[in-house]
Unconditional design. Structure first.
Ligand SMILES: [Zn+2]
Length: 173
C-alpha cells in the first residue's frame, strides 16, 4: 500500500498527469491510501497492546500456578510426615497391646475380644461414679451391691451392655 501511494505521488509530482479529473482522482486515491495506512497502523498498535496484556496475564497465571503447586507440595510433605507419625504410633501401640495381652489370662482375653467385636471396638469400660463408661448407664443398686461383694479378681460385667467393668477408686462403690 505504501508502494502504491509512493507510485501515485511520483506520478503526481512528475507532471505527467495533466487532466484535472485524473489529477483529482490521483489526489483522492493518495488521501484514501494514507487514511487506510493510518487505520492499519492503529490496528497493529492495538494488536500489540493486546499481545502485551496477554503476555502479562500469562506470566501472572504462571506465577500463581507455581505458588499453588508449592502449597500442594507443602501439604503433601506435611501429610507424609503425619502418616509416618501415625504409622509409628500404631506400631508402638500394637506392640504395647501385645505385651499387655500376654499378661491377661487366655479365657479373659477371649471374652474381651468377643465383646470388643460386638460392642464397636470397646470390650471393657471403666466403672466411674456408679456409671458404666461403655454405655453411660448408671448401675442399679442391686448390681452395685453384687459388684461390691465380688472378689477383686472376679470379672464383673455391665448388666446393660455386657462389657467387662473395670473397678477403680472412683467407681463409687
Ligand atoms: Zn454398660
Amino acid at each position: 500500500m505504501r508502494q502504491r501511494a509512493a507510485r501515485d505521488q511520483q506520478r503526481l509530482d512528475s507532471g505527467a498527469v495533466t487532466s484535472p479529473k485524473d489529477l483529482s482522482n490521483l489526489q483522492h486515491e493518495i488521501a484514501s491510501l494514507a487514511k487506510r495506512q493510518g487505520d492499519l497502523e492503529d490496528v497493529v498498535l492495538e494488536v500489540m497492546e493486546r499481545r502485551e496484556a496477554a503476555q502479562e496475564r500469562v506470566s501472572e497465571l504462571t506465577e500463581r500456578v507455581a505458588s499453588v503447586q508449592s502449597k500442594i507440595d507443602d501439604a503433601g510433605g506435611r501429610r507424609d510426615a503425619a502418616f509416618e507419625e501415625i504409622d509409628g504410633e500404631v506400631a508402638s501401640v500394637t506392640k504395647e497391646r501385645e505385651v499387655i495381652a500376654g499378661s491377661v489370662p487366655a479365657d479373659l482375653l477371649k471374652l474381651y475380644d468377643k465383646l470388643r467385636a460386638q460392642q464397636g471396638g470397646i470390650g471393657a469400660a471403666k466403672l466411674y461414679a456408679r456409671t458404666c463408661q461403655g454405655c453411660r448407664q448408671e448401675l442399679a443398686i442391686t448390681e452395685l451391691n453384687e459388684i461390691r461383694a465380688a472378689a477383686p479378681d472376679t470379672v464383673v460385667r455391665c448388666e446393660n451392655c455386657r462389657r467387662i467393668l473395670v473397678r477403680t477408686a472412683e467407681s463409687g462403690l
